[in-house]
Design a protein around this ligand. Structure first.
Ligand SMILES: [Zn+2]
Length: 165
C-alpha cells in the first residue's frame, strides 16, 4: 500500500491494476464540508483500495478515520464528532449499471476520467454526519446559549461564490 494519497484518481484503471493508497487529507480541503465545521484544523486518515472483486466488478473500498468539529445547532459551539467509517463503492460507467450493482455497494460513477480524491471522500463523510448536529443533552451545551440571538448559518453556496471571484 502506497503511503501517499494522490490528489486525483482514475478509478477504472486503478481497479484493473489493483492499486491501494493511504495517507492524510487536510480537513480544510473539503469545500462542501467547511461551512458545517467549527474549525478546519488537522486532517483525516484515509485508506483506499481499488480492485476487482470475485465477480470481476470494479470496486473501491475505503476507510476514513479522524475527528471533525461540527457546530451544535442548539448552542452554536463546537461539537466533537469522531469519524471511523468504512465504505464500499461499485465503480460504474453509466446510470444503467447502477441497477446491476450487488447489495452492499453504493455506486461511484466513473468512466475513465480523473476524480478528485478529496471529493470522493467528502461524499462519504457528508452521507454520515447528522443533518442537525447537537450535543447529546441540553446540559452539555454551552451555558447561556438561550440568550444568544440565533445566528444565520453559513450558506455553503456563498463559499462557492467567493471562490469564483
Ligand atoms: Zn450544544
Amino acid at each position: 500500500m502506497l503511503d501517499c494519497l494522490p490528489e486525483t484518481v482514475e478509478p477504472v484503471g486503478l481497479a484493473d491494476a489493483g492499486r491501494s493508497f493511504r495517507g492524510e487529507i487536510a480537513i480544510a480541503a473539503f469545500a462542501r464540508l467547511r461551512p458545517l465545521l467549527a474549525d478546519t484544523e488537522g486532517g483525516l486518515r484515509v485508506a483506499l483500495v481499488f480492485r476487482r472483486d470475485e465477480r470481476r466488478l470494479r470496486v473501491l473500498t475505503g476507510r476514513i478515520e479522524g475527528r471533525l468539529n461540527l457546530i451544535c445547532q442548539r448552542c452554536l459551539q463546537a461539537l466533537e464528532f469522531p469519524l471511523q467509517l468504512e465504505f464500499s463503492l461499485g465503480i460504474v460507467a453509466s446510470e444503467a449499471e447502477i441497477d446491476r450493482l450487488p447489495q452492499g455497494y453504493e455506486p461511484l460513477l466513473a468512466n475513465g476520467e480523473l476524480l478528485r480524491t478529496a471529493e470522493v471522500i467528502e461524499d462519504e463523510i457528508l452521507l454520515l454526519i447528522p443533518a442537525v448536529p447537537m450535543h447529546a443533552g441540553e446540559s452539555r451545551c454551552e451555558s447561556g446559549y438561550r440568550n444568544r440571538p440565533a445566528q444565520e448559518k453559513d450558506n455553503p453556496f456563498s463559499i462557492l461564490e467567493k471562490l469564483k471571484t
